[in-house]
Design a protein around this ligand. Sequence first.
Ligand code: SF4
Length: 409
Amino acid sequence: MVQDVIDKVRAGERIDSAEALELYRDAPTPVLGQLADAIRQRKHPGGVVTYIIDRNVNYTNVCVAKCNFCAFYREVGSPDGYVLGFDELFRKIDETIAVGGVQLLLQGGHNPDLPLSWYEDLFRAVKQRYPEFKLHALSPPEVVHLSRLSQLPVPAVIDRLIAAGLDSIPGGGAEILVDRVRKLLHCYGKATSDEWLDVMRHAHRRGLRTTATMMYGTLETDVERIEHMMRLRDVQDDTGGFTAFITWSFQPDHTELGASQHITEATGVDYLRTLALSRIVLDNFDNLQASWVTQGGKVGQLSLAYGANDMGSVMIEENVVRAAGASYCMDELEIVRNIEDAGFVAKRRNMHYELLGDPIYRERDVPRMLELATAREAGDTHMPDELVNYPARSRAGKQLRVVPQNPVN
Ligand code: SF4
């Protein structure tokens, strides 16, 4: 009986997979919301809702993984492929600091022509110029890709990245942590479920905090969504290293999967039910983000009544979900307006969810930056100068990096 499960959650007890499924399928949506909201209030008394000012930068769109749900990647050798130069990244950090930002969320494709040393040099250069600025970088599949490329074990790659300046790891690339689904999403060469979870275990053991995500609404079943949550809960029981969980729905526009399977985007109610269930199942996670980037500000506000206690990041730049059609954009003023209008107190935070203060625009003048930046202007694919210093793997990359020789007299 679903009422027994509801009573169990109200009593603060942990539920198992079968009970979670019963709740997910049969509990009325307002009841799911009440259960999740009560947990949020217990974990976050005082009605504080946090957000972070950071910048989501995609350093390259070249990717050999070719996931069929992705509208962002370009193949090796594609005329639209890009890699950002160190100088461009510094300029983006300067702009981020100007609006009160504290970190980069740095993720990109599995580019075979960027060796581990490129990342190490980049991280060191960033830390040298901006010692206080944080690098929340490289999702688990990127770490696994670097491990394969460099033929080093994952813990060694993580150690080298930490030594170069990595501060924390974003939980991207999880999609659904069930290999049946990952195969259907054509995640060839991308981290398997176990590999994704192992990167997080290693990172937590090395003292890094990370986030966890779930992209639902592709080809998974509701049972598999719950299996995903359970696998994350198990790791969190072991390590306690996840700071937050973020879920969003697949954005089907311009994707191979959306076109071939005629998938339409999951509804707002599906999102709110999934969010509420994750708050109930993930009882060892402190923070849940509202994904207003995919759901919009209005559903983002509703998320705060369905278990979320965080509004994620101020949007300065976004490339990945935008490539798939999502185009919601909020600067700090808009985020704060949405939080306060929903009856909460808005506070800035860092990646560790430590409070940094009140909205920064109330403390000093900051540029609003309502015009959303992208990694590169369309058609601008010039190669950064420093790339010739790094060995390329692909034939196309090797050709591009030939340094012209001085003619022999
Ligand atoms: S989702 Fe990531 S790994 Fe998959 S194709 Fe896109 S950029 Fe590559």
